[in-house]
Design a protein around this ligand. Structure first.
Ligand code: ATP
Ligand code: MG
Length: 231
Protein backbone atom coordinates (compact mmCIF):
# COMPACT_ATOMS: atom_id res chain seq x y z
CA UNK A 1 0.00 0.00 0.00
CA UNK A 2 1.30 3.48 -0.88
CA UNK A 3 2.76 5.64 1.86
CA UNK A 4 1.85 9.20 2.78
CA UNK A 5 3.41 12.05 0.84
CA UNK A 6 6.99 12.41 2.07
CA UNK A 7 7.16 8.67 2.73
CA UNK A 8 6.12 8.88 6.38
CA UNK A 9 3.15 6.82 7.53
CA UNK A 10 0.43 8.57 9.54
CA UNK A 11 0.98 6.03 12.33
CA UNK A 12 3.35 3.14 12.92
CA UNK A 13 3.00 0.54 15.67
CA UNK A 14 5.76 -2.03 16.01
CA UNK A 15 5.20 -5.11 18.20
CA UNK A 16 3.24 -3.19 20.82
CA UNK A 17 2.52 -4.98 24.06
CA UNK A 18 0.45 -3.80 26.99
CA UNK A 19 -0.35 -5.57 30.26
CA UNK A 20 -2.85 -4.12 32.73
CA UNK A 21 -1.80 -4.02 36.43
CA UNK A 22 -4.22 -6.94 36.93
CA UNK A 23 -1.83 -9.02 34.82
CA UNK A 24 -4.21 -9.12 31.84
CA UNK A 25 -2.31 -8.84 28.57
CA UNK A 26 -4.47 -6.59 26.39
CA UNK A 27 -2.03 -6.02 23.49
CA UNK A 28 0.28 -8.65 22.16
CA UNK A 29 2.83 -8.13 19.36
CA UNK A 30 0.49 -5.60 17.81
CA UNK A 31 2.06 -4.25 14.60
CA UNK A 32 0.42 -2.16 11.92
CA UNK A 33 0.81 1.10 10.07
CA UNK A 34 -1.59 3.65 8.66
CA UNK A 35 -0.01 4.50 5.33
CA UNK A 36 -1.81 7.77 4.55
CA UNK A 37 -4.69 10.03 5.59
CA UNK A 38 -8.12 8.46 5.22
CA UNK A 39 -10.76 6.56 7.17
CA UNK A 40 -9.34 3.35 8.63
CA UNK A 41 -11.57 0.98 10.56
CA UNK A 42 -10.89 -1.67 13.20
CA UNK A 43 -13.31 -4.47 14.00
CA UNK A 44 -12.99 -7.08 16.74
CA UNK A 45 -14.88 -8.89 19.47
CA UNK A 46 -15.46 -7.53 22.97
CA UNK A 47 -12.30 -7.37 25.02
CA UNK A 48 -9.82 -7.95 22.17
CA UNK A 49 -7.97 -4.71 23.01
CA UNK A 50 -9.39 -2.05 20.69
CA UNK A 51 -10.03 0.67 23.28
CA UNK A 52 -6.75 -0.09 25.03
CA UNK A 53 -4.95 0.41 21.71
CA UNK A 54 -6.62 3.80 21.13
CA UNK A 55 -5.61 4.89 24.64
CA UNK A 56 -2.00 3.99 23.89
CA UNK A 57 -2.07 5.88 20.60
CA UNK A 58 -3.64 8.89 22.37
CA UNK A 59 -0.78 8.84 24.88
CA UNK A 60 -3.01 8.05 27.90
CA UNK A 61 -1.18 4.76 28.46
CA UNK A 62 2.43 3.77 27.83
CA UNK A 63 3.17 0.52 25.97
CA UNK A 64 4.86 -2.18 28.05
CA UNK A 65 6.76 -3.29 24.92
CA UNK A 66 7.33 -2.17 21.36
CA UNK A 67 7.34 1.19 19.68
CA UNK A 68 4.83 3.70 18.50
CA UNK A 69 5.64 6.38 15.92
CA UNK A 70 2.91 8.95 15.91
CA UNK A 71 3.83 12.04 13.90
CA UNK A 72 0.28 13.48 13.94
CA UNK A 73 -1.43 15.13 16.90
CA UNK A 74 -4.12 12.72 18.20
CA UNK A 75 -7.55 13.32 19.73
CA UNK A 76 -9.96 10.73 21.12
CA UNK A 77 -13.68 10.73 20.38
CA UNK A 78 -15.68 8.45 22.68
CA UNK A 79 -18.83 6.45 22.14
CA UNK A 80 -20.78 8.69 24.51
CA UNK A 81 -20.24 12.42 23.82
CA UNK A 82 -21.60 13.23 27.30
CA UNK A 83 -18.29 11.86 28.61
CA UNK A 84 -16.29 14.54 26.85
CA UNK A 85 -18.48 17.63 26.58
CA UNK A 86 -17.79 19.61 29.73
CA UNK A 87 -19.11 23.16 29.46
CA UNK A 88 -22.71 24.41 29.12
CA UNK A 89 -22.66 25.92 25.62
CA UNK A 90 -21.30 24.69 22.29
CA UNK A 91 -18.94 27.66 21.93
CA UNK A 92 -17.53 27.49 25.45
CA UNK A 93 -16.90 23.77 25.12
CA UNK A 94 -14.94 24.20 21.89
CA UNK A 95 -12.94 27.06 23.45
CA UNK A 96 -11.60 24.55 25.97
CA UNK A 97 -9.90 22.66 23.13
CA UNK A 98 -8.22 25.68 21.53
CA UNK A 99 -4.48 26.13 21.90
CA UNK A 100 -3.87 28.63 24.73
CA UNK A 101 -2.56 32.18 24.19
CA UNK A 102 -4.72 32.95 21.15
CA UNK A 103 -6.12 36.52 21.05
CA UNK A 104 -9.88 36.63 21.68
CA UNK A 105 -10.75 37.65 18.09
CA UNK A 106 -8.93 34.58 16.80
CA UNK A 107 -10.57 32.38 19.44
CA UNK A 108 -13.99 33.41 18.22
CA UNK A 109 -12.98 32.81 14.59
CA UNK A 110 -11.62 29.35 15.41
CA UNK A 111 -14.76 28.37 17.35
CA UNK A 112 -17.01 29.56 14.51
CA UNK A 113 -14.91 27.69 11.93
CA UNK A 114 -14.89 24.45 13.98
CA UNK A 115 -18.69 24.57 14.31
CA UNK A 116 -19.10 25.21 10.58
CA UNK A 117 -16.84 22.28 9.71
CA UNK A 118 -19.17 19.85 11.49
CA UNK A 119 -22.42 21.36 10.20
CA UNK A 120 -23.22 23.24 13.43
CA UNK A 121 -22.75 26.80 12.11
CA UNK A 122 -24.76 29.23 14.27
CA UNK A 123 -24.76 26.89 17.30
CA UNK A 124 -22.15 28.83 19.31
CA UNK A 125 -24.52 29.87 22.08
CA UNK A 126 -26.74 26.81 22.04
CA UNK A 127 -26.87 24.95 25.37
CA UNK A 128 -25.35 21.51 25.00
CA UNK A 129 -28.29 19.85 26.77
CA UNK A 130 -30.52 20.98 23.89
CA UNK A 131 -28.54 19.04 21.24
CA UNK A 132 -29.50 15.65 19.81
CA UNK A 133 -27.11 12.72 20.27
CA UNK A 134 -25.78 13.10 16.72
CA UNK A 135 -25.25 16.85 17.16
CA UNK A 136 -23.37 16.20 20.41
CA UNK A 137 -21.13 13.72 18.66
CA UNK A 138 -20.42 16.24 15.90
CA UNK A 139 -19.64 18.86 18.57
CA UNK A 140 -17.14 16.46 20.16
CA UNK A 141 -15.51 16.12 16.71
CA UNK A 142 -15.46 19.93 16.38
CA UNK A 143 -13.54 20.09 19.68
CA UNK A 144 -10.99 17.64 18.32
CA UNK A 145 -10.60 19.72 15.14
CA UNK A 146 -10.25 22.94 17.16
CA UNK A 147 -7.37 21.37 19.09
CA UNK A 148 -5.52 21.05 15.75
CA UNK A 149 -5.60 17.25 15.95
CA UNK A 150 -4.83 15.52 12.65
CA UNK A 151 -5.33 11.97 13.89
CA UNK A 152 -8.85 11.27 15.18
CA UNK A 153 -9.25 8.14 17.29
CA UNK A 154 -12.94 7.27 17.27
CA UNK A 155 -14.07 4.55 19.69
CA UNK A 156 -17.46 3.30 18.41
CA UNK A 157 -18.61 6.88 17.76
CA UNK A 158 -21.99 5.84 16.35
CA UNK A 159 -22.93 3.06 18.77
CA UNK A 160 -25.50 5.23 20.58
CA UNK A 161 -26.88 6.98 17.49
CA UNK A 162 -29.91 6.31 15.33
CA UNK A 163 -29.41 5.52 11.64
CA UNK A 164 -29.74 9.13 10.44
CA UNK A 165 -27.25 10.51 12.95
CA UNK A 166 -24.93 7.55 12.34
CA UNK A 167 -24.86 8.41 8.65
CA UNK A 168 -24.26 12.11 9.36
CA UNK A 169 -21.24 11.31 11.52
CA UNK A 170 -19.82 8.88 8.94
CA UNK A 171 -20.34 11.41 6.13
CA UNK A 172 -18.62 14.10 8.20
CA UNK A 173 -15.55 12.01 9.03
CA UNK A 174 -15.36 10.66 5.47
CA UNK A 175 -15.41 14.19 4.08
CA UNK A 176 -12.74 15.43 6.55
CA UNK A 177 -10.53 12.47 5.59
CA UNK A 178 -10.85 13.15 1.86
CA UNK A 179 -10.81 16.94 1.63
CA UNK A 180 -8.26 18.42 -0.73
CA UNK A 181 -6.47 20.52 1.88
CA UNK A 182 -5.01 18.87 4.99
CA UNK A 183 -7.11 15.71 5.00
CA UNK A 184 -7.21 14.12 8.45
CA UNK A 185 -6.47 10.55 9.40
CA UNK A 186 -9.18 8.68 11.32
CA UNK A 187 -8.90 5.36 13.12
CA UNK A 188 -12.49 4.25 13.75
CA UNK A 189 -13.56 1.29 15.87
CA UNK A 190 -16.88 -0.30 15.04
CA UNK A 191 -19.05 -3.33 15.71
CA UNK A 192 -21.42 -2.27 12.90
CA UNK A 193 -20.32 -4.11 9.79
CA UNK A 194 -22.30 -1.83 7.43
CA UNK A 195 -19.91 1.02 8.35
CA UNK A 196 -17.06 -0.83 6.61
CA UNK A 197 -18.56 0.36 3.29
CA UNK A 198 -17.09 3.79 4.01
CA UNK A 199 -13.52 2.98 4.93
CA UNK A 200 -10.25 3.17 3.02
CA UNK A 201 -9.08 0.01 4.77
CA UNK A 202 -10.36 -2.32 7.46
CA UNK A 203 -8.55 -4.70 9.77
CA UNK A 204 -9.59 -7.37 12.23
CA UNK A 205 -8.28 -7.23 15.78
CA UNK A 206 -8.07 -10.51 17.70
CA UNK A 207 -6.49 -11.26 21.08
CA UNK A 208 -4.49 -8.03 21.21
CA UNK A 209 -3.10 -7.91 17.70
CA UNK A 210 -4.20 -6.60 14.33
CA UNK A 211 -4.40 -8.38 10.97
CA UNK A 212 -3.61 -6.81 7.57
CA UNK A 213 -5.63 -3.98 6.02
CA UNK A 214 -8.29 -5.26 3.65
CA UNK A 215 -11.04 -3.67 1.59
CA UNK A 216 -14.04 -2.98 3.85
CA UNK A 217 -16.32 -5.19 1.75
CA UNK A 218 -13.85 -8.10 1.92
CA UNK A 219 -13.83 -8.01 5.73
CA UNK A 220 -17.62 -7.59 5.74
CA UNK A 221 -18.03 -10.73 3.64
CA UNK A 222 -15.66 -12.60 5.93
CA UNK A 223 -17.44 -11.54 9.15
CA UNK A 224 -21.12 -11.40 8.12
CA UNK A 225 -21.72 -15.16 8.24
CA UNK A 226 -20.22 -15.26 11.76
CA UNK A 227 -22.36 -12.31 12.93
CA UNK A 228 -25.50 -13.93 11.47
CA UNK A 229 -24.72 -17.27 13.12
CA UNK A 230 -24.32 -15.57 16.53
CA UNK A 231 -27.58 -13.61 16.14
N1 ATP B 1 -8.62 -0.50 33.49
C1 ATP B 1 -8.47 -1.80 33.26
N2 ATP B 1 -7.88 -2.61 34.17
C2 ATP B 1 -7.72 -3.92 33.92
N3 ATP B 1 -8.08 -4.52 32.77
C3 ATP B 1 -8.66 -3.77 31.84
C4 ATP B 1 -8.90 -2.37 32.02
N4 ATP B 1 -9.49 -1.88 30.91
C5 ATP B 1 -9.64 -2.93 30.08
N5 ATP B 1 -9.14 -4.06 30.63
C6 ATP B 1 -9.12 -5.39 30.02
O1 ATP B 1 -8.35 -5.35 28.83
C7 ATP B 1 -8.95 -6.16 27.82
C8 ATP B 1 -9.18 -5.32 26.59
O2 ATP B 1 -10.15 -4.32 26.90
P1 ATP B 1 -10.61 -3.24 25.83
O3 ATP B 1 -11.51 -2.30 26.56
O4 ATP B 1 -9.41 -2.68 25.17
O5 ATP B 1 -11.43 -4.13 24.80
P2 ATP B 1 -12.30 -3.70 23.54
O6 ATP B 1 -11.76 -4.46 22.38
O7 ATP B 1 -12.33 -2.22 23.44
O8 ATP B 1 -13.73 -4.28 23.91
P3 ATP B 1 -15.20 -3.73 23.59
O9 ATP B 1 -15.55 -4.13 22.18
O10 ATP B 1 -16.09 -4.43 24.58
O11 ATP B 1 -15.21 -2.23 23.80
C9 ATP B 1 -10.24 -6.71 28.43
O12 ATP B 1 -10.00 -8.03 28.89
C10 ATP B 1 -10.52 -5.79 29.60
O13 ATP B 1 -11.19 -6.45 30.65
MG1 MG C 1 -13.87 -0.79 23.62
Amino acid sequence: MAEAAGGQPALLADRLGFTWPTGHRALNHCSFSIPRPGLWMLVGGNGCGKSTLLRLIAGLLEPSEGQLQRPLKPALVFQNPDHQLLLPSCGSDIELSLPSHLPSSERLERVTHALQQVGLGGFRQRPIHSLSGGQKQRLAIAGALASDAQLLLLDEPTALLDETSQQEVINLIHQLCHRGEQPITALWITHRLEELNWCDGAALMERGSIGPWQAGTTLQNQLRPLATRKG
